[in-house]
Design a protein around this ligand. Structure first.
Ligand code: SF4
Length: 340
């Protein structure tokens, strides 16, 4: 049986059910690398060029793991755009080439270009072409595409119920995952999915917050139309798909009374994050907001300290019901002083 490897990073978090269903239906076995470990990170750093961001370095580590397995193909799509008039970070465009140039002796790479910024037509044609690597029956390829879309929709529905995308994939694969408890705080937690839902890149951020009694709201937990409507309230449209989702989610969450605070996880070396984090900070005036930036040198202890301090501040604010003495937000402190 033909074996296709899929690295457990980057757009795995968004489209793994689609890809896996597609290849499986065409008779291929899908081999996914394991969830990120410290070894994945170290090996990725060793293989990647210094200039790229943390999640891309981790992705290199996943490809190196796959290289050890006997595979016929490795699937590394060239992601350009996943929706009309919007784009993915340009670093994704060169990813298959960067991997080829940095990691020798890999199995052949399937580097189909995903670009639906203008129309779906070319992608459909390329998928039919890709399917011919596995079968000559076009009807079977069309059916594989249809089933892949259905499975992806099902997994997206799971993710909308408060699970991280990684947990939604686990559930989709029939594995048990996290159960929810009554929360003492409601927090919006934002970031690119491949950093936010990777427990090593995010330094266990999600587990720590849940252990502190927080219910977490992710971009996928929100209604997509509400997110788009909120994102459209800023003067210039954000043309990065994920960036716009973050901005819209932050604005929408900031208008919900039950949300106590918002955390944005950024990666050091990420161009879009430096801009999106700043836009969010300027847009949400009514909620406490914390920007956390991680890289391969960050330590989990420092992360826990920041999270505990943030949650303590939110609980104090919630329990006293006002901000008479210590503002939870810089702008309020400034306004208060300026009117004295
Ligand atoms: S958006 Fe940022 S984190 Fe994502 S690939 Fe681009 S530079 Fe890296």
């Amino acid at each position: 049986m033909t074996r296709v490897g899929i690295p457990h990073g980057l757009f795995y978090y968004y489209y793994y059910p689609w890809w896996k269903t597609f290849f499986n239906y065409l008779g291929a076995e899908v081999v996914c690398s394991n969830p990120t470990t410290r070894l994945t990170v170290d090996q990725g750093i060793g293989a990647a060029v210094d200039e790229i961001c943390f999640p891309l370095k981790v992705y290199f580590g996943h490809v190196l793991e796959l290289k050890r397995y006997e595979l016929d193909w490795i699937f590394i799509p060239r992601m350009v755009s996943v929706e009309h008039r919007s784009y993915i970070c340009p670093k994704f465009m060169g990813l298959p080439d960067m991997i080829r140039a940095s990691i020798p002796d890999l199995p052949p790479i399937i580097d189909i270009t995903v670009d639906v910024s203008q129309s779906n037509r070319i992608l459909k044609r390329d998928l039919l072409q890709l399917g011919k690597l596995f079968t000559s029956r076009e009807s079977r390829i069309r059916e594989a595409i249809k089933r892949a879309r259905e499975e992806q929709n099902f997994c997206d529905t799971l993710a909308s119920q408060g699970y991280t995308r990684e947990e939604a994939i686990q559930l989709w694969e029939g594995k048990a995952t996290h159960s929810f408890q009554a929360p003492i705080l409601n927090l919006g937690v934002l970031g690119h999915g491949y950093s936010l839902y990777d427990a090593v890149i995010n330094m266990n951020l999600i587990n720590h917050l849940r252990n502190m009694g927080c219910r977490l709201w992710f971009p996928e937990s929100l209604d997509a139309d509400d997110v788009e409507t909120s994102a459209a309230t800023i003067p210039k449209r954000v043309f990065w798909t994920l960036g716009r989702k973050m901005v819209g989610s932050a604005i929408h969450l900031s208008q919900q009374p039950e949300i106590d605070g918002i955390i944005y996880l950024a990666c050091f070396g990420c161009g879009p994050d430096s801009l999106i984090g700043e836009i969010i900070e300027r847009q949400i005036n009514d909620k406490p907001y914390m920007l956390l930036t991680v890289d391969e040198h960050s330590g989990e202890t420092g992360m826990i300290t920041r999270l505990e301090a943030f949650c303590d501040m939110l609980l104090r604010r919630k329990n006293t019901g006002n901000e008479d003495n210590i503002s939870a937000h810089g702008q309020y402190a400034y306004c208060r002083q300026s009117t004295i």
